[in-house]
Design a protein around this ligand. Structure first.
Ligand SMILES: Nc1ncnc2c1ncn2[C@@H]1O[C@H](COP(=O)(O)OP(=O)(O)OP(=O)(O)O)[C@@H](O)[C@H]1O
Ligand SMILES: [Mg+2]
Length: 189
């Protein structure tokens, strides 16, 4: 299937692959292509190069959705009948939002957010970035404000690893090693 028909017919597109192959650039280019075809596009991106972030209007570190000003496209002679909204994925922030959403009280959420082990897991454990990319995708995939969602992903050695990442993360969290780690951590304060 050609890229143009994918852009026309799909609701979600995901760019995957090894480090530095062009996932982020391709996600942005697909976003522009879809917006030119009249789609309202949401592009979820991870750590884009500085110039790309600037051209998407998300130069500042933010995970808020930013809609690219039409004047930016016009200035380079590109006519866009749809719209392109970009959002930078922030693993820690998405994790924190999950905690706030599912905690039974604000106090419990704050206690967890302040926990050192939580802070480690939410930023450093292998697989958290992929997990959060999936989490964000689930949160926005049915958003009626967008016709198509394009998801950029962190580097994976095997493209399909990305799909298993949430399961691997959950297995890691449930593992005996992690339980031992939590207990050791708690007893030492
Ligand atoms: N089609 C292309 N032709 C030439 N250079 C490209 C192309 N696509 C991307 N690049 C360049 O390759 C470099 C890496 O691109 P990009 O950041 O999109 O890769 P990535 O797969 O997202 O990397 P990472 O795995 O680090 O997230 C950038 O300097 C970019 O400008
Ligand atoms: Mg990238």
């Amino acid at each position: 299937m050609s890229l143009s028909s994918l852009v026309e017919s799909r609701r979600v597109l995901v760019t995957v692959g090894a480090g530095g192959v062009g996932k982020t650039t391709t996600a942005a280019a697909l976003g522009v292509a879809a917006a030119r075809r009249g789609k309202r596009v949401l592009c979820l991106t991870i750590d884009p190069a500085k110039r790309l972030a600037e051209s998407l209007g998300i130069a500042e570190m933010t995970s808020e959705a930013v809609t690219v000003d039409k004047a930016r496209f016009e200035a380079v002679g590109v006519s866009v009948s749809g719209s392109l909204t970009a959002m930078m994925l922030d693993t820690k922030r998405t994790f924190d939002e999950l905690v706030l959403k599912y905690s039974s009280s604000k106090e419990k959420a704050e206690k967890l957010l302040g926990n050192k082990l939580y802070q480690y897991v939410s930023t450093s454990l292998a697989g958290t970035q992929e997990y959060m990319a999936m989490e964000k995708l689930v949160a926005v995939k049915d958003d009626p404000r967008y016709d198509i969602v394009i998801l950029d992903t962190p580097p994976t050695a095997n493209a399909l690893d990305f799909l298993d990442a949430p399961e691997r993360l959950i297995e890691a969290l449930d593992s005996a090693t992690m339980k031992w780690f939590v207990e050791a951590f708690q007893s030492s304060g």
